[in-house]
Design a protein around this ligand. Structure first.
Ligand SMILES: Cc1cc2nc3c(=O)[nH]c(=O)nc-3n(C[C@H](O)[C@H](O)[C@H](O)COP(=O)(O)OP(=O)(O)OC[C@H]3O[C@@H](n4cnc5c(N)ncnc54)[C@H](O)[C@@H]3O)c2cc1C
Length: 408
């Protein structure tokens, strides 16, 4: 006799944690379509020529990808952390160079300013940054301090309604743009959130292009990967920054920084997922088509190991990142250790998957046209940027010692 259908069995729809709603699925399709049709055709050439494709970046703005987590009332898409993950995964499936520019602009500046700024600052800075008309970034790292972020030397000293900000910031994504039609001249992007010491505490300020004393120190060329994004050293020489450009209260920004790093690390983990998935797709297809000794190479055990391990590690990373994205509430911190762990795992996973893909493709994999060569170079960055592997080891171990119950 058949059991009567219960309410649960009658209405059960399999839950798709990677596309938990119709809106997420639509977003994935839209971004993937954008990646295939518009991003992919330029990805190799932009990487080779170290060209930041501003028109394409602005197109990402038109699609709402530069302010995905900002409420619609402020011009954003009003979506959640899962949407930010979907977007980063799909863009980086094609072009992590464009992906890191979108991350630096949309997560490190736009989301940060929305979260930590006041309404007057939102009204001043968001309209032109959510569209991409103005190019933005975040300045945390310095020539002498990266991991040791609290050791920063940049200082802001208050003088009435102005702070005088002095220091240098290193490795800043979106740090410069070509100026002028004929090229050859370069200048800073339009606005940056800059972390600086005010006494013993850290505060953050929006520094805008054209402020006296703010300049492009050096363009940092010849990166290993992600060459379609710009990276620069920026110089601040007694820059008069109005009090109205300080985010939050003086000394508040260690909290801002930690809170924003959670979303940053989650999005970087999603970038790794996108690169790994593309490499897996390519190696899987190639191994079914390429023959050696009269057989497809996927009939050989060693090639099977490359493919099977890559798939397994990718799926573990994917499950972790999406489960975490589902838990994260954008207005509340509380997932520091898990976001460190997700980035720690996925960074090395993507690097290894790209490496195996190159191995499976043999000589063809060693050339740019294979795509895996470009992703192999790009994947390494995530073991360094946004926190090195060692920084994640340190943070996770410290947090676990404090909260052993988190293991359960
Ligand atoms: C392409 C690119 C884009 C970037 N974009 C930005 C950006 O937009 N904005 C921004 O602010 N920064 C940016 N960065 C900087 C990036 O976040 C830093 O490079 C990173 O945090 C590491 O800092 P560091 O390079 O100074 O290395 P260091 O901190 O000097 O580290 C050097 C080595 O020492 C290790 N180490 C340091 N401290 C410890 C410790 N306590 N225990 C064990 N090992 C340790 C590190 O893990 C590493 O292996 C970018 C970097 C790159 C390469």
């Amino acid at each position: 006799m058949q059991a009567p259908a219960t309410a649960a069995t009658a209405t059960a729809v399999p839950f798709d944690q990677y596309n938990p709603s119709e809106e997420h699925l639509m977003l994935r399709r839209t971004v993937h379509d954008f990646a295939e049709r518009e991003v992919e055709p330029q990805a190799l050439e932009s990487d080779r020529s170290e060209t930041f494709n501003r028109a394409l970046f602005n197109r990402a703005g038109e699609l709402g990808l530069l302010a995905i987590t900002v409420p619609e009332a402020w011009g954003g898409a009003g979506l959640d952390a899962t949407a930010a993950v979907i977007m980063a995964e799909e863009i980086c499936w094609s072009d992590p160079g464009l992906g890191i520019s979108v991350l630096a602009h949309g997560t490190l500046f736009v989301h940060n300013l929305y979260t930590n700024g006041n309404d007057e600052q939102r009204a001043r800075f968001l309209p032109k940054t959510v569209t991409g008309e103005k190019l933005a970034g975040l300045c945390m790292t310095e020539p002498d301090s990266g991991t040791d972020v609290l050791g920063m030397k940049t200082r802001a000293v208050r003088d009435g309604d102005v702070y005088k900000l002095t220091g240098r910031k290193m490795f800043i994504t979106n740090g410069y743009v070509d100026a002028g039609e004929s090229g050859g001249r370069h200048e800073t992007g339009d606005c940056y959130i800059v972390y600086a010491k005010t006494g013993d505490e850290i505060s953050s300020f929006v520094v805008e292009k054209g402020m006296p004393g703010f300049s492009l120190g050096q363009r940092l060329k010849d990166k290993t990967g992600l060459r379609a994004s710009t990276t620069a050293e920026l110089v601040f020489d007694d820059v008069p920054v109005p009090l109205a450009n300080r985010l939050g209260e003086e000394g508040d920004s260690t909290i801002h920084m930690m809170r924003n790093l959670e979303l940053e690390r989650l999005v970087i983990a999603a970038m790794s997922l996108g690169m790994a998935r593309r490499c897996l797709e390519i190696m899987n297809r190639y191994a079914s088509e390429r023959k050696a000794y009269g057989k497809p190479i996927n009939s050989f055990g060693q090639i099977q190991r490359h493919i099977a391990e890559s798939y397994t590690e990718y799926m573990v990373g994917r499950s972790f990142v999406y489960e975490l994205a589902h838990k994260i509430q954008l207005d509340k911190p509380g997932h520091r250790m898990e976001t460190d762990a997700a980035k720690l795992f996925t960074a090395t996973m993507a690097k290894n998957v790209a490496d195996r893909a190159m191995q499976v493709l043999g000589g063809y994999g060693y050339f740019g046209e294979s795509v895996v060569e470009r992703l192999w170079r790009a994947a390494k960055l995530n073991e360094i940027g946004g926190g090195t592997l060692e920084a994640h080891h340190k943070n996770i171990t410290r947090d676990l010692a404090r909260h052993p119950e988190a293991i359960r």
